[in-house]
Design a protein. Structure first.
Length: 99
């Protein structure tokens, strides 16, 4: 695999790992800040974190497709996949929860 593809693959793994940490944080917030109680504050925090936490996953998946397309000798589909993954991420969506 070319050096450039290795760097992109490593960057994709770092982004996915950061996104995983982001997605795990609502569980500890729920236990520490609200002592396990279901409150509107926990729900709002969880929605905000999960909405934005999916962004690194979309970016990481797009980056993971780049080495595959390099191996296929077609780097342009990976760029389009990254853009498509970013555009499809649900960041900024509103919740329909009512307590």
């Amino acid at each position: 695999m070319p050096r450039e593809a290795q760097i992109v693959q490593t960057l994709g793994l770092v982004v996915l790992t950061a996104g995983l940490g982001w997605l795990i944080s609502p569980a500890s917030f729920h236990q520490i800040a609200e002592r396990g109680e279901e409150t509107l504050r926990v729900h709002d925090f969880t929605n905000r974190i999960l909405d934005w936490g999916l962004l690194p996953f979309a970016l990481g998946i797009g980056l993971a497709l780049y080495p595959v397309s390099v191996a296929m000798r077609a780097p342009h589909p990976a760029i389009m996949a990254s853009i498509g993954a970013l555009l499809r991420s649900p960041c900024g969506t509103r919740s329909r929860f009512s307590p």
